[in-house]
Every structure is written in structure tokens, then in C-alpha cells.
Design a protein around this ligand. Structure first.
Ligand code: MG
Length: 393
């Protein structure tokens, strides 16, 4: 019984796939068609699925676990992914102790050997439990995105300082919206979303942003980056490189870090990404690419016994790119298909009802979005066939 139902399910899936419907990701000829600024239809079955990521485990006092696609920069064991922030690099004098890397005051910044750009970055830090100093002198370090923009690390637990130099400030630019710090000695958890400034031909197309949660509390909300940060100086806007190392600051305090990882982010629309509203030019380029992929797929659906899947797939491609050769081919295939159905013996025609209606639905969709005329001969012919056999319902 179990096997039979599995076979029935498989049969249903195969039928759906054969009809040009991607069962896994939704129906075709369904939502609003691609337009001037959107290469994808609404609810587009051809739009790639989000990649599968196995989530990690949040940190408590116990160190958590990164998600499956994270690049781990420090897992508590060694500094193999780090070097001294000197021209020639080389080993850093920071030390690894009890699962944490600790700044050795006076040894200089430490940087990753990896270079990366837009990312989700996870860093945990702990200020020394033994409280010394005040204001900027207490538990000071820093997380330098691409080595250029400092997200301040400071012990601000009962320790006021200038607001734009507070822990989780974009240093000298924007204070955090809240002070969500735990007492010194405890682990603070920072989750950072970094989008670097993007310039084209010397002009800004996206100023860049940073979003930060500290201990699960939102403290920077899509804060505009104004350029590399500095002490007492206002940032000068300008492009960031595509990639840079992550740097951690030596500010003279033995601040500890653990569980450092990042995930690359996909490109934004302004740099070739295909999500979000795009320029007309970028939209058309992507639409042509999607259409070409679908037409290639249609080649694989060729079947002398059942031309419908190939025909529907080619029709589907027209919503992305209406090219004359495909319109011509679809017209010929549709005419041949309708002719074939009409030639069937009377007792066989009824078996084609669903297929013909599917073709009719696809033609209606393409007419609705002005991709093919409402009076297009194959559409008229299919509608006549449906009417003749009273298949409307
Ligand atoms: Mg600092």
C-alpha cells in the first residue's frame, strides 16, 4: 500500500514536471510577468531556491556554533588564520588562552589572512573582569571592517564615554541605539551586517551600510557608512576595496575574543545582483539569460509522442524575452499540436482535455501580459477547441 502511494506520488510529480510545471518551486504562467525592472515573475518557479544553511547554535556563556556555510576565522584553538598587522604580516603576539584570543597590549593590531567584503560577521568579545581605567581607557579594542571602518569594542558597563565612541558605535560616526552590554568579563555577542560603499566611475552608487546587533539587541540599523573611520576626524567618503582583511585593535587593554566567523553576502543589484528592482538594462540582460536557460531546458523535453512539455517550456521563455524565432517556433508547434488533437478518434479526444486547457491557460497568460496578442491564431484555435468540447469547466 505504501509503495503504491509512493508510486502514485511519483507519477503525479512526473506528470506535473512533464507539463512544464516545476513542482518543487511553484506553478508557471501564474504571477505577474517580468517587467522593466524585475527579471523575475511574481512567484517565479524559475527563480533559484535559497541555499540551504544548517543554522548554528547561539552562544550563551558557552560558546555557540557557526552556521554550516560560515568561514570560521577563530574557533578557539589557534591563530593560523591571523597575522600581525604589519606590512610584512608575520606571527602576531596576541595569545590564545582558554579558547579565546587575547590582545597583548603593545603588540599591535591583528588581522586576518583572509580578505573579504560584504558579509555577515559574528564576533564575541569580553573586556577584562578586573576593571581598570575609564571612558575610552576601559576594555578598548575595535572590529575594523575591511580594516577601514571601526565598530568600537569598549567596556561601557557603567562607564560613560562620548556617544560616538561607545561600544558598538561606528566610531566617530554613529552611536549605538542602545547600551546592551553585559558586565566586564562576560561575553558580548556582536552580529554585524556589512555592505561596503560601492562607486562606479568615481561616483557613489551605494554609500554602504552597517547593521549591528549586540547581545541580540539592534544597535545599528542600516547605518550609512561615511568612509574609513578615525580618531577626531570626520570620515572622507570614498570607495572601499572589494575585499579587505578584518582587523582587531590593540588599544592597550587585554580584551579577549572568541567564535569569530563570517558569511559572504550576495552582490547587491547595483553590482550585478538580480534581487530587488534593477535598472532596465540589467533587467533585460538577466531576462535574456533566464530565457536562454529555459530554451536550453526545452531542448531536453523534446518528445515526438508528447510535444506539449517542450511547447509550454518555450512559451514560458517568452515572458522573459520575446524573440521572433521562438514566437515562430511556438506558433508552429501549437498549430501542429492542435491539429494532432483534432485528428484523434472521438473516444480519445477527451483524454486531452487537461493538456489542451493547460495550453489555453498559458496562451491566456501570455495575452494578459501583452506578450502575445489576444487574437493570436493558436490562442483562437485552442479556445475554439475548448468551446467545441465544452471543456471550460
Ligand atoms: Mg577602539
Amino acid at each position: 500500500m505504501k509503495d503504491r502511494s509512493a508510486l502514485a506520488t511519483l507519477g503525479a510529480v512526473l506528470t506535473v514536471v512533464a507539463a512544464g510545471v516545476t513542482a518543487a518551486s511553484g506553478q508557471v504562467f501564474y504571477g505577474d510577468a517580468p517587467d522593466e525592472h524585475h527579471p523575475w515573475a511574481v512567484h517565479d518557479a524559475n527563480r533559484p531556491q535559497p541555499k540551504v544553511v544548517t543554522p548554528g547554535r547561539f552562544s550563551s556563556p558557552v560558546r555557540g556554533k557557526p552556521p554550516s556555510d560560515a568561514v570560521v576565522l577563530f574557533d578557539g584553538t589557534d591563530l593560523s588564520k591571523w597575522e600581525a598587522d604589519k606590512k610584512e604580516g608575520g606571527p602576531s603576539k596576541w595569545v590564545v588562552r582558554e579558547g579565546a584570543m587575547e590582545c597583548t597590549p603593545g603588540s599591535g593590531y591583528i588581522r586576518t589572512k583572509d580578505k573579504f567584503g560584504d558579509c555577515q560577521l559574528h564576533v564575541e568579545w569580553a573586556a577584562p573582569k578586573d576593571v581598570k581605567g575609564d571612558s575610552q581607557g576601559r576594555g578598548n579594542s575595535g572590529i575594523f571592517l575591511e580594516g577601514l571602518c571601526e565598530v568600537q569594542v569598549l567596556d561601557n558597563y557603567n562607564n560613560p564615554t562620548y556617544a560616538d565612541g561607545h561600544a558598538a558605535s561606528v566610531y566617530g560616526v554613529n552611536p549605538p541605539m542602545a547600551n546592551a552590554l553585559r558586565p566586564p568579563g562576560e561575553w558580548q555577542v556582536a552580529d554585524i551586517v556589512f555592505r561596503r560603499p560601492v562607486y562606479k566611475d568615481g561616483k557613489p552608487v551605494d554609500p554602504g551600510y552597517v547593521t549591528i546587533f549586540v547581545n541580540g539587541v539592534l544597535v545599528q540599523d542600516h547605518t550609512v557608512l561615511e568612509g574609513p573611520t578615525g580618531h577626531k576626524t570626520r570620515p572622507k567618503p570614498g570607495p572601499f576595496p572589494d575585499k579587505g582583511p578584518l582587523k582587531l585593535q590593540d588599544h592597550g587593554n587585554p580584551v579577549r575574543f572568541r567564535n569569530i566567523w563570517y558569511r559572504d553576502l550576495p552582490p547587491r543589484a547595483c553590482e550585478g545582483g538580480t534581487d530587488g528592482p534593477l535598472s532596465a538594462q540589467a533587467t533585460m540582460a538577466k531576462r535574456k539569460e533566464i530565457a536562454a536557460t529555459i530554451r536550453q531546458d526545452a531542448e531536453n523535453l523534446k518528445s515526438p509522442d508528447n510535444p506539449l512539455p517542450e511547447l509550454l517550456r518555450r512559451m514560458e521563455s517568452l515572458q522573459y524575452e520575446k524573440d521572433d524565432a521562438t514566437v515562430q517556433k511556438v506558433q508552429e508547434m501549437a498549430a501542429r499540436y492542435i491539429d494532432g488533437v483534432r485528428r484523434l478518434p472521438a473516444d480519445k479526444i477527451a483524454s486531452k482535455k487537461d493538456d489542451v486547457k493547460r495550453l489555453g491557460g498559458a496562451l491566456q497568460f501570455l495575452a494578459k501580459f501583452n506578450i502575445l496578442p489576444a487574437t493570436w491564431p493558436p490562442k483562437v484555435a485552442v479556445e475554439a477547441l475548448i468551446k467545441e468540447h465544452r471543456w471550460e469547466k
